[in-house]
Design a protein around this ligand. Structure first.
Ligand code: CU
Length: 122
């Protein structure tokens, strides 16, 4: 009998009475991070339609994350919502609702391969 109760709890995820299904973990799994050596990682990420992606800048200088192509930034305007990130700042994209591949770059350093990447929405 107790085993059955535990199984029901796992299936329904509603035991405990909190009523909240949000995780207390503050960091999103869908995160691009610019490290202290100025390299973004990962280089490519696959997400489901409707996902927001977080950009975190741990580098000692500002980076302006923008959609390809440079300088128009027209492919995936949701990425342009990230914009300029000073050291220590983080910001999300808009909802990436269209199934496609979105390239991005640092608008202030557009040819730097260490700051280019892709989001595959599928
Ligand atoms: Cu640009």
């Amino acid at each position: 009998m107790p085993i059955l109760v535990v199984l029901l709890c796992l299936l329904l995820a509603s035991c405990g009475g909190g009523g909240s299904s949000t995780s207390p973990t503050p960091t999103s799994p869908n995160t691009f991070r610019i490290s202290s050596n100025g390299t973004i990682s990962p280089r490519e990420m696959s997400v489901a339609p409707g996902t927001r992606v977080l950009f975190v800048n741990d580098h000692s200088r500002r980076h302006d994350m923008s959609s390809d192509p440079h300088p128009e930034h027209t492919d995936c305007p949701e990425i342009n919502q990230v914009g300029a990130l000073n050291t220590g700042q983080r910001r999300e994209t808009g909802n990436l609702v269209t199934v496609r591949t979105c390239g991005f770059h640092d608008h202030e350093d557009p040819d730097n391969a260490s700051l280019r990447g892709r989001i595959v929405i599928r």
